[in-house]
Design a protein around this ligand. Sequence first.
Ligand code: DGY
Length: 419
Amino acid sequence: MIDVEAARKVLRANDRGGHTVPTDGLYPFAWSWDSAITALGWLTFDEARAWDECHTMFSGQWDNGMVPHILFHGGNAESYFPGPDVWGSNTAIPSSAISQPPVWATAIRMMAERAQDRALAESALAKLMPQLIAYHDWWYNDRDRADTGLVRSYHPWESGMDNSPAWDTPLMRVPEVEWEYQRRDLGHVDQDQRPHKPEYDRYLYLVDFYKKNGFDSDIIYNECPYRVVDIGIVAILQRATKDLVVLCRQTGHHAAAERMEGEIDRTQSAIDKLWSPGHRCFFNYDLVADEPLEEVTTGTVLPLFGGLAGEQQAADMAKLLDEWIDASPFAVASTHPSSPRYEPQRYWRGPIWLHINWMLALGLRDYGYDDVADRVNGATRACVDASGFFEYFDAESGAGCGGGDFSWTAAVALYWLAD
Ligand code: DGY
């Protein structure tokens, strides 16, 4: 049984006025996909506050349309690293220089459909629609210049699945940063639940790379030492673009709707290149080495959520997920437990994230696999029952990991589990 009042209390405690921090201390600013998921939670009990969450994040949109993954609004810069000075983006609201999985249009469509206050929803949409369209145009124009149908990504942080073993090979090819730094995350969370130093050295090299190149999109597109097709981003973008088309048609943005339909078709035509019949999932792709990244993670079955899978592919992925749920005591483990790189409590190398479970369940239902979707829902409840509203959950013990009183976990409990 979800404790709705306790979940609301988490959002209220993390509210910094217009934006919600993911958790106090560890993440003291506004993160993009956290805010989108959190807005859905707010909508269940405070619609005005839910729309404000969207407006705040889009107030930091770059002139080229990108919505940065972090907006350094207020917050205690001392408790987080790397802060705005390291990113050096020089924008009106200091921000990072990469984006995050583009779940916004999906969240906003759901909000628009569920909102009781119709006048408020319509005025919010009037403001948000041009911003959402510019954001999606940015993905397709800036991140897929050759019109391949598959947008590219420049940082594991952009995937939101930072430390996934899927990124090990391309990340280890990136040079290490040469300056000394002090991590702040380890002051908040046990080292066994966070990335190692060799990964951080390379995360920071990439941050420096963008800054040294003046955030020049052409240079980064061609020369960034880390360039991957992230199947999670591709799938989330595909669903979001379909949702955006519906919103565009409802609000009279017909030219944008047609443009987006072209992008949807292009991605659909390209996706089979990433399918691995032997593994029954889609793989990420390393554009620098020109080879697939063969690691089975929850990202690699997100094409269910994007509606990108054919009937047989969906059947194969539903079967894979059904078995995957049985492969660890708590589910769905973010890296498949059969992987030698599976670690049940380390950041994205095995633990469970509830918003990913929600996406998987939605995708499974869309394809008619209600039985497996119900199992994912049950597994998600088991995490909350075991440990409450943590950032993520140990796939072997169900123990809460990372930050406590976490906004998106509470939000998923409110809009999905308590629904
Ligand atoms: C972090 O600092 O761990 C974040 O995930 C980066 O976005």
